[in-house]
Design a protein around this ligand. Structure first.
Ligand code: CTP
Ligand code: MG
Length: 230
């Protein structure tokens, strides 16, 4: 039987670094809300279902203004997230009923493509745990407290982590459950959670340098330029 692949798209953040009243995932990019683009990519991909995690009280807005307005298919449910990203992911995992594999994606990455998603779906079935990323182009310096350089890690070994981050459902669910029970607040991405709370290897697969996260206002300009080029 074909395994069920569920995308969990995270849109429960406040976008504080964006400095706007409206959370960034609802701000317009080329005339459409940012969240539209990643939801649309998952709907057009080989994923079977999409769980959307929004801020508490934003569920109806998201349903009427994005999902119904643009006719986005495959939406399984819209649920409220939590205070931190990992809380939102955990709520998404609880809602992803019957999933064999999950793809966890930041709604703030509107440039994810159908090609990246389909590659990730294929790879996670081989590897069990893999995240999309890209080799870094800049030299990265590890700073000491006084901002002197403590270490220069070899660039050839460094990648930036992006999303989707993809796992077998049982692996990521049990890892997140342990992290929740431990009240672990040090976790910034899903690969960290799975590596810390399981013995599984998590593999890096190449995505695209276009798959940026919109974090600060200048990223909006870059994202619009990239969307125009598509
Ligand atoms: N996210 C979430 N729930 C949270 C925090 C973040 O679902 N409690 C989501 C965001 O909506 C975003 C993704 O996780 O799609 C990556 O987070 P980030 O870029 O940090 O977004 P925000 O937390 O909204 O921004 P900021 O940190 O500037 O407030
Ligand atoms: Mg954040």
């Amino acid at each position: 039987m074909k395994p069920r692949v569920t995308a969990i798209v995270l849109a429960a953040g406040k976008g504080s670094r964006m400095g706007h009243m409206t959370p960034k995932q609802y701000l317009p990019l080329m005339g459409k809300p940012m969240l539209f683009y990643s939801l649309n990519a998952f709907a057009e991909s080989e994923a079977d279902a999409i769980v959307v995690v929004t801020g508490k009280g934003e569920e109806e807005f998201c349903r009427t203004q994005i999902i119904e307005r643009y006719g986005i298919r495959k939406i399984e449910c819209i649920i409220a997230g939590g205070t931190e990203r990992y809380d939102s992911v955990y709520q998404g995992l609880l809602a992803a009923k019957g999933a064999d594999y999950v793809l966890i994606h930041d709604g703030a990455r509107p440039l994810v493509s159908v090609e990246i998603i389909n590659k990730a779906i294929k790879k996670v079935q081989e590897l069990n745990a893999c995240i999309v990323g890209m080799p870094v182009k800049d030299t990265i310096q590890l700073a000491a407290e006084d901002a002197s350089i403590a270490e220069t890690p070899p660039r050839s070994m460094l990648w930036v982590a992006q999303t989707p981050q993809c796992f077998s459902y049982s692996l990521v669910k049990s890892s997140y459950k342990k992290a929740q029970e431990a009240n672990d607040t040090s976790l910034t991405d899903d690969a960290m959670v799975v590596r810390k709370y399981s013995n599984a290897s998590v593999y890096l697969i190449e995505g695209s340098y276009h798959n940026i996260k919109v974090t600060t206002p200048e990223d909006t300009t870059i994202a619009e330029a990239l969307l125009k080029g598509q």
